[in-house]
Design a protein around this ligand. Structure first.
Ligand SMILES: NC(=O)c1ccc[n+]([C@@H]2O[C@H](COP(=O)([O-])OP(=O)(O)OC[C@H]3O[C@@H](n4cnc5c(N)ncnc54)[C@H](OP(=O)(O)O)[C@@H]3O)[C@@H](O)[C@H]2O)c1
Length: 366
């Protein structure tokens, strides 16, 4: 499953179809199962230890195979479980729309469950994806099985030399995804992806392609493989697939590598920390008139909440202030300097009959 802060697209929910392709290739005698290296990932909503094996079994069933060659923790992000019978693939949102619900599983719990998959013969090797150095160090403290690979976003605009060095020093292979940089994110209209020159059109890359008689994509892939990384480009074109495989039998020279090194922008496109948890929200208070609803997520402090309550006409105050500690435990103060309407305009804390838009989760397009 390819999942990042992007909405589900053709990268997700395709395991049945991939499995059908594999079954046909095996049936037609093109390959044997052992010739294939099939990788899948554990999605964020299945991080709880007891969820790991059942979802892996479901994924294997969808593929029509008995084991994965490699199975990765997709993101170091635990989200609340979503039953696959309710929605699959689950996406980042608990409600399939806006709400992010963090889960409770630690990485240690999830990693230990992945180690169990190896013991059960469901995964031949296990690894991690989208981890930064600190988490890698932490995981290595308790891992009984060392991650076989760390899969990361990697392209000239995001080179991450320190992370790569750390992983390689620890004997963890690094796998690069999105080797063409903004190209695989442009369809999601990310401003910072669109603002950069597409790498496949960049003068440095096209210049090196001309110099070596290769495609720009091959320059990008060879640069990664010369850094000791595995690459996993995807394409719908057989010609490009052949090009993308031809990325180890020739070399860029040191000057070429230095020129590409200068392109680093430290710009990450796949950024899970942009997917914010929905903020904590105490119960809403509806006024007696039914017209005002407090969206406390944007009034997180007791003083602010108290201030707001004091602005309400008496008949509009919450019916059950005792249920709200902030409201009940502080003496009421008079608000000066403006009407409720002005206050609302200033703080944006009140909406008519619904939460303020700020209390919604924003998930950036890719
Ligand atoms: N771990 C994670 O969080 C994560 C995140 C993203 C992706 N991934 C994985 O990384 C792999 C790659 O996916 P990606 O999204 O990063 O895409 P990518 O492989 O970087 O780019 C794919 C795009 O590049 C084009 N392309 C491929 N080869 C080309 C060539 N030789 N010349 C010109 N254009 C070429 C393809 O178009 P055509 O089809 O038209 O050729 C497609 O639009 C997938 O297996 C995915 O699951 C993992």
């Amino acid at each position: 499953m390819h999942a990042d802060p992007r909405p589900p697209g053709p990268d997700y929910g395709n395991e049945v179809e991939c499995g059908q392709g594999v079954a046909r290739a095996i049936k037609d005698g093109l390959v044997k199962r052992e010739d294939l290296f099939i990788v899948s990932k554990l999605w964020n909503t299945f991080h709880d230890a007891e969820r790991v094996e059942p979802i892996t079994r479901k994924q294997l069933q969808d593929w029509g195979i008995d084991y994965f060659d490699l199975y990765l923790i997709h993101f170091p992000v635990s989200l609340e479980y979503v039953d696959p019978s309710v929605r699959y693939p689950p996406t980042w949102h608990y409600d399939g729309d806006k709400e992010i619900r963090p889960g409770k599983a630690t990485i240690q719990e999830t990693w230990t469950a992945l180690e169990g998959l190896v013991g059960a013969g469901l995964a031949r090797s296990i690894g991690i994806s989208n981890f930064q150095g600190q988490l890698v160090y932490d995981l290595l403290r308790y891992a009984k099985i060392k991650p076989a690979t760390l899969q990361i976003e990697h392209h000239p605009y995001l080179q991450q030399p320190e992370l790569i060095r750390l992983a390689q020093t620890e004997g963890i292979t690094v796998t690069a995804y999105s080797s063409f940089g903004p190209a695989s994110f442009a369809e999601f209209k990310m401003a910072h992806a669109e603002a950069l020159t597409p790498l496949l059109d960049h003068d440095v890359i096209t210049g090196l392609a001309a110099k070596h008689g290769k495609e720009p994509a091959q320059i990008l892939l060879r640069w990664a493989t010369q850094r000791g990384l595995a690459v996993i480009p995807k394409t719908t074109s057989a010609k490009r697939m052949a090009d993308n495989l031809d990325v180890v039998s020739w070399n860029l020279d040191q000057g070429d590598l230095d020129a590409i090194a200068k392109l680093d922008q430290k710009t990450r496109f796949n950024q899970p920390s942009n997917v914010r948890a929905s903020p904590w929200q105490p119960p809403r208070y509806r006024s007696r008139t039914g017209k005002l609803t407090l969206a406390p997520a944007v009034l997180p402090h007791r003083a602010a909440l108290d201030l707001w309550l004091n602005t309400l006409p008496k008949q509009a105050r919450p019916r059950a202030p005792a249920a709200c500690p902030a409201a009940s435990s502080q003496p009421r103060r008079k608000i000066r300097g403006g009407s409720l309407a002005q206050f609302v305009r200033r703080t944006g804390g009140v909406g008519k009959g619904g939460a303020h838009p700020n209390s919604h989760t924003y998930v950036p397009p890719r």
